[in-house]
Design a protein around this ligand. Structure first.
Ligand SMILES: Nc1ncnc2c1ncn2[C@@H]1O[C@H](COP(=O)(O)OP(=O)(O)OP(=O)(O)O)[C@@H](O)[C@H]1O
Ligand SMILES: [Mg+2]
Length: 246
């Protein structure tokens, strides 16, 4: 579904990513690990098409179509959707109005209930929201869009230990059960690329493949749960060493 080939990206003349190769097959959930500043969010934002990220080499394919030069709205219409690590506040725009505009054959009421967002619907998007509330607001907006590929940038960071179950189960419901669509109108088995540091989201979602991004490039890939254990016990050093020895 998503194929990234030799992707090299710069921002303001600074090289952030180089020769990145990565793919997500239809119905698969892949995970992106890596230390702070590795370029994980930059990669997600490049896939989504944020204009400050300039692709200087390589390409991004989505369902076989080259989307490297497409603007962000066209990518969204094709079925790409992002839950940002740090989304902006939107003064003057109520969450309920944004969700209404974004909704694409979805049933926001179920999502609002699942994510306990009713009391936020009349407030301006993210303005004054706590860290955890922003994550739930972001997930609600994304789920309303009903993308076929979910790009989730640290969905659990800042979410308390009780709400993590709510967020984790909602993500599982979205990816595996079509939670956001009434009846059978929604295709099940969505694809996802998830960035996580702690791996908490993987307690709820079955992940198929993991990638480790260091210094702006993919160093290795493999079983995501095994990778997480390795990172927890040995950090990222082994991956870098292993790559250098190849
Ligand atoms: N617009 C920009 N201008 C200059 N540098 C940038 C810009 N965007 C990102 N960077 C730099 O690129 C590097 C990668 O940033 P990125 O946000 O992708 O890291 P990350 O892997 O997501 O880290 P974290 O785990 O902390 O979220 C960082 O050093 C960051 O400061
Ligand atoms: Mg990041």
């Amino acid at each position: 579904m998503l194929k990234i080939e030799d992707l090299t990206v710069e921002v303001n003349g600074k090289l952030l990513l180089h020769d990145v190769n990565l793919e997500v097959k239809k119905g698969y959930t892949n995970v992106l690990f890596g230390p702070n500043g590795a370029g994980k969010s930059a990669l997600m934002r490049t896939i989504m098409g944020f204009s400050e990220y300039r692709v200087v080499k390589g390409r991004i394919l989505f369902n076989g179509k080259d989307i490297t030069e497409l603007p962000v709205d066209e990518r969204a219409r094709l079925g790409l959707g992002i839950m940002m690590q740090r989304p902006p506040d939107m003064s003057g725009i109520k969450l309920k109005d944004l969700v209404k505009v974004l909704s694409k054959g979805t049933n926001p009421e179920t999502l609002v209930k699942n994510l306990d967002m009713k009391r936020f619907m009349d407030r301006d998007v993210n303005v004054g929201f706590s860290g955890g509330e922003i994550k739930r607001s972001e997930l609600l907006q994304l789920a309303a869009q009903n993308p076929s590929l979910y790009l989730l940038d640290e969905p659990e960071s800042g979410v308390d230990l009780v709400s993590i179950e709510q967020v984790g189960m909602t993500i599982k419901g979205l990816l595996e059960e079509g939670l956001n669509c009434p009846g059978e109108s929604c295709e099940k088995g969505k694809s996802a690329l998830i960035i996580t540091h702690t791996g908490q989201v993987l307690d709820y979602v079955n992940a198929d493949r993991g990638y480790i991004l260091c210094n702006g490039t993919v160093m290795c890939s493999g079983n995501p749960l095994k990778m997480l254990e390795e990172i927890k016990s040995r950090g990222y050093e082994e991956c870098i060493k292993c790559r250098l020895m190849k």
